[in-house]
Design a protein around this ligand. Structure first.
Ligand SMILES: [Zn+2]
Length: 515
C-alpha cells in the first residue's frame, strides 16, 4: 500500500466547510490524469460522480461538493475494464464478488463463451440479481449449449427440425438479453456441427442485433487448420450479416507460428468488404485447456469423455488414437512443457507425471484420459505473433478466465498487460491498452453508457499508477490476485479501496438493448 497516497486520498468530510451553493455529488476524483477510454490523449481533470453515474468531467472548481474526495494527482483515472471474453458464470454464482477480477480493474465481465452458457439466461440472471455480484456481467448464448439440449453430444449433422428447435431455445435467451451466439467449434459438441448450422443460428439472431463470437474450429494445424478456421468464422459474418469476434486469437503450435500476418490480412480483407470483425486476446504464451481437448483429436471425442473412454478400450482404435496423441504432444510443446493446472498433478509437467507413474508421456496421457482427464496449460504461442495481434486496432484485451484449472489469466490478465506489454516491453501504450479494455469493447458489443469517462456514463472508474500494477498470479500460484489498483469503482460505489475489497456487490446484469 502506498502510504503517501493513502494520506493524500484520505476522505474529507466537506460538510464542515462552507459549501452552500455547490451541487451535491457523492464522489469527486480530483486532479487525476484522465484517459477517457476513446484512445484520445489524457488530460488532467476532475471526475464527479453522483449515484451510479458520472455527472461531470472537467475543472470542478467550486461547482460541486461531495462527502468523498479522492485526490488523484499523479494517478491515472480511466474507465473500468470490460472483459469481452470470460468463463466466469460459475464463479459469479459461487463467489458473488469475483474479487480476482475486481482486483485487476475489471468492472464488467462477459460470459457464456466458447459455445457454453447457462441456460436459460433469464433464470441465471435472476439468480445473480437476487444474490448480488461484484462486477457487472453480461452473457452470450453458447451454440454447444443449444446443440447439447437438442441433440446431446453425438457426432452427426443436425436435421432441419433440430436446428429449428435450437432457434426456439435461442429465441428465449435473445429475448432475455443475450448478446448473441458464441461457438466453440473445437469442443464437443460444437465440433460436430457443419458451418451451415451456425449460419442458420447467426441469421436467426441478426434481427435482434446479435453478435457472433467464436472459438474457431482449429487454432492449430489440426483438422481444417488455422487459416481455414478463421475463414470459416469470417464467412459467418458474410453470410449472416452479423459482426464477428474471434475469441482469444492466436497461432497455436509451432507449425503455425508466424501465420499472424496472413490472418491479419484475411481479417482486414473481410473488414474492407464491410464485415465488422474484431478479436480478443489474453496476454500469455500458454493456452489453458484439458487433457482430452488438447491432446486427443476431435473424432475420438464423439460422445464426450465417455465416448473417448469406450474407444480406448478397443485395441485397434486405441493404437490409431495413440499415433495422433503422440503428434499432438509434440505440437503442444512436448511433455517437458505441458503443465497440469488441476487435479492431483497440478503444477507438474507431463514428463514429471509420466515419470511418477512409471509410464512414457504417451502412455500416461492415455491413462489420465481413461480416468477423466485434467486441466492443462500448454505453451503454444510465440511472442512475435502475440505482439503482432496485440497491436492491431481491432484487438481487445480479455482474460478467457474461468473456474477450471490453474492458469494465471483469471487473476492476472489485465495487470499482466499493463506490467509486461505496456510498462516493460512497450508493445502498446497505456492509452491504447485502456482503449482496448474499455471503449473498444463497449463499441464492439454495443454497450451503451459504459467504457467511457464522460458525463452521463455509468461510474465504473479506476484510479492507479501503472508502475505500481503487479500481476501476481503465476502458473505455480495462479490464484494470487493483482495489486496496485488504488480504487475500483463499480456503478458509483467504491468496491476496491487500496487493494482491499470493500464487500460491495453493486454490479448489474447487463442485458442487450436494455442497459
Ligand atoms: Zn475458447
Amino acid at each position: 500500500m502506498n502510504k503517501s497516497f493513502l494520506c493524500l486520498a484520505s476522505i474529507l468530510l466537506l460538510s464542515v466547510l462552507p459549501l452552500s451553493g455547490r451541487e451535491k455529488a457523492d464522489i469527486i476524483i480530483s486532479g487525476g490524469t484522465v484517459y477517457n477510454g476513446s484512445g484520445a490523449e489524457a488530460v488532467v481533470a476532475d471526475v464527479v460522480i453522483k449515484g451510479e453515474r458520472i455527472i461531470y468531467v472537467g475543472k470542478a472548481g467550486k461547482k460541486f461538493k461531495a462527502d468523498t474526495i479522492i485526490h488523484a494527482d499523479g494517478y491515472v483515472v480511466c474507465p473500468g475494464f470490460i472483459d469481452p471474453h470470460s468463463h466466469q458464470e460459475g464463479s459469479l454464482l459461487r463467489t458473488r464478488s469475483d474479487e480476482n477480477y475486481l482486483r485487476m480493474g475489471v468492472t464488467t465481465v462477459f460470459t457464456g463463451m466458447c459455445g457454453g452458457s447457462h441456460y436459460p439466461l433469464s433464470e441465471y440472471f435472476a439468480k445473480l440479481e437476487q444474490q448480488g455480484i461484484g462486477p457487472n456481467t453480461a452473457s452470450f448464448t453458447g451454440h454447444g449449449t443449444l446443440r447439447g439440449k437438442v441433440m446431446g453430444e453425438v457426432a452427426r449433422l443436425s436435421t432441419v427440425e433440430e436446428v429449428e428447435k435450437m432457434k426456439e431455445y435461442f429465441a428465449e435467451d435473445l429475448k432475455s438479453g443475450s448478446f448473441g451466439l458464441s461457438t466453440g467449434l473445437f469442443y464437443v459438441p460444437g465440433c460436430f456441427a457443419a458451418i451451415d448450422e451456425v449460419y442458420e443460428l447467426a441469421k436467426f439472431m441478426a434481427p435482434y442485433g446479435g453478435i457472433y463470437t467464436t472459438h474457431v474450429r482449429n487454432e492449430n494445424k489440426d483438422g481444417i487448420g488455422l487459416q481455414a478456421s478463421i475463414e470459416e468464422a469470417l464467412n459467418v459474418g458474410r453470410v449472416a450479416v452479423v459482426p464477428v469476434n474471434i475469441s482469444h486469437i492466436k497461432c497455436l503450435g509451432k507449425s503455425v507460428w508466424g501465420q499472424s500476418d496472413a490472418i491479419i490480412a484475411m481479417i482486414e480483407k473481410a473488414q474492407k468488404e464491410g464485415v465488422k470483425v474484431t478479436a480478443d486476446q489474453y496476454p500469455y504464451q500458454a493456452s489453458g485447456t484439458s487433457v482430452t481437448s488438447a491432446l486427443f483429436p476431435a473424432w475420438c471425442r464423439d460422445g464426450g469423455n465417455a465416448g473417448l473412454r469406450k474407444r480406448l478400450e478397443d485395441s485397434l482404435t486405441c493404437e490409431k488414437i495413440k499415433a495422433e496423441v503422440a503428434e499432438l504432444i509434440v505440437e503442444r510443446g512436448g511433455a517437458e512443457t505441458i503443465l497440469f493446472t488441476s487435479g492431483k498433478h497440478q503444477g507438474k509437467t507431463l514428463e514429471e507425471v509420466a515419470c511418477e507413474m512409471g509410464l512414457s508421456p504417451l502412455e500416461a496421457t492415455i491413462a489420465l484420459a481413461r480416468k477423466g482427464g485434467a486441466g492443462l496449460a500448454t505453451f503454444v504461442m510465440c511472442e512475435e505473433d502475440i505482439a503482432n495481434f496485440m497491436k492491431q486496432p481491432w484487438v481487445m484485451n480479455c482474460t478467457d478466465g474461468g473456474d477450471f484449472g490453474g492458469h494465471p489469466r483469471p487473476a492476472g490478465s489485465f495487470a499482466e498487460k499493463i506490467q509486461k506489454y505496456v510498462m516493460k516491453e512497450k508493445v502498446i501504450s497505456l492509452g491504447d491498452m485502456i482503449h482496448r479494455s474499455t471503449d473498444l469493447v463497449a463499441e464492439t458489443y454495443r454497450l451503451n453508457d459504459r467504457g467511457r469517462i464522460a458525463a452521463g456514463a455509468y461510474a465504473d472508474v479506476l484510479v492507479f499508477k501503472p508502475e505500481e500494477i503487479r500481476a501476481n498470479a503465476t502458473f505455480k500460484s495462479p490464484k494470487n490476485m493483482a495489486t496496485g489498483f488504488q480504487y475500483v469503482i463499480v456503478n458509483g460505489t467504491i468496491t476496491i479501496d487500496h487493494d482491499r475489497y470493500t464487500g460491495a456487490l453493486k454490479g448489474k446484469v447487463i442485458r442487450r438493448n436494455a442497459q
